[in-house]
Ligand binder design. Structure first.
Ligand code: M7G
Length: 326
């Protein structure tokens, strides 16, 4: 596991704490994915702004079968404390152009300071390939009746496997990464770093709270019965983040996605200053607002229409089109 990033204040204290996590290693005993053997089939998406590329590739399995993989390569944010090292230890500096007081260079950092983050989904299903493929997007406005008649039957037949969630809850994976746990089977949850975050810097802090209960698919299922659980996630989640990372609750965006990709209730915790993917108004619902809405009306999310984006080729969009609701 990467070293826990240190908040700007309380460095000494944090260093001591970080040291206690240094020994942690990834739980997966499986060998690393054979990246060098990946045959790239196509670029699913590429983003100059995010400095990221999503690849669809193939690898040959042990018995000769061809298996799909999605590989995301992305440049990681700068770590403030490593910048002077990077400037001192660069391997090469090539002048690109000079004009008056302006000049640009190609700077080649040493390998240990030029890390890329690689995220691998293997074996990847057709749904993973679709999830990462750049697509035109449409907004859908779903009434409660639409949810019951169109969305619910669809997600019951189609949703992504949530085995990774159960692995975390049962400590079969990522156990060493747990930031906080409330073990109560009804009102408890586990808070872990999201796999989008490499934990090297706080600028893109991203954690995910997974509830222990397995019967809540999404925002749509929430009622006043779930208020104690949601309040625990909000309160204890904020306390755990300030304790471990020094980031106060006032600088966290804590929200649920609707629609989520994985239908087991979870809550996203991101740094407020980070423009996290999926944090825009058409997908993110602030947990504090969700709690207030349920406190005012126990069946709020079984009454109101909800808007969300769907990619052009998503089968759910087709179902809405066929039902004539778009
Ligand atoms: P979502 O709202 O269901 O879908 O969020 P999204 O992926 O479209 O945002 C699920 C969240 O879980 C995302 O932020 C993922 O990055 C994160 N996530 C997904 N997987 C498979 C893992 C995993 O294996 N470990 C961890 N720690 N996070 C994951």
């Amino acid at each position: 596991m990467a070293e826990t990033p240190r908040p700007k204040r309380k460095r000494e204290e944090e260093e001591k704490e970080a040291a206690s996590h240094d020994g942690a290693v990834a739980t997966a005993a499986a060998p690393p994915f054979p990246l060098a053997e990946l045959r790239v089939r196509r670029v699913l998406r590429e983003s100059a702004r995010d400095k990221a590329v999503f690849l669809h590739g193939e690898v040959t399995g042990p018995s000769g079968e061809v298996m799909n993989a999605v590989v995301l390569l992305e440049k990681t944010p700068f770590q403030e404390e490593k910048i002077s090292e990077l400037l001192k230890k660069h391997m090469k500096l090539e002048l690109q152009m000079r004009n008056d007081i302006y000049s640009t260079y190609h700077l080649y950092p040493p390998p240990e300071l030029s890390e890329l983050k690689a995220t691998v989904v293997y074996p990847a299903t057709e749904k993973h390939l679709q999830k990462y493929l750049r697509q035109e997007v449409h907004l859908v406005r779903e009434t409660w009746e639409d949810y019951r008649n169109i969305t619910l039957p669809f997600i019951q037949s189609q949703s992504f496997s949530i085995q990774w969630v159960y692995n975390i809850l049962e400590k079969k994976a990522e156990a060493d990464r747990i930031i906080h746990e409330n073990p109560d089977p009804c009102n408890g949850f586990v808070l872990v770093p999201d796999f989008k975050w490499n934990q090297n810097q706080l600028d893109d802090l991203y954690l995910i709270a997974l509830v222990h209960r397995r019967d809540i698919k999404s925002l749509r299922d929430l009622t006043a019965e779930h208020l104690p659980l949601l309040r625990n996630v909000l309160q204890e989640g904020k306390e755990a983040v300030v304790k471990r990372f020094g980031v106060p609750g006032s600088q966290l965006r804590i929200y649920l996605h609707y629609q989520p990709s994985y239908y087991h209730l979870h809550v996203h915790f991101t740094a407020l200053s980070y423009d996290a993917p999926g944090s825009s108004v058409e997908r993110a619902h602030l947990l504090a607002d969700v709690i207030d809405n349920l406190a005012m009306d126990a069946a709020y999310y079984q009454k109101r229409a909800l808007t969300f984006p769907l990619r052009a080729d998503e089968p759910l969009l087709k179902r809405f089109q066929e039902a004539g609701t778009l």
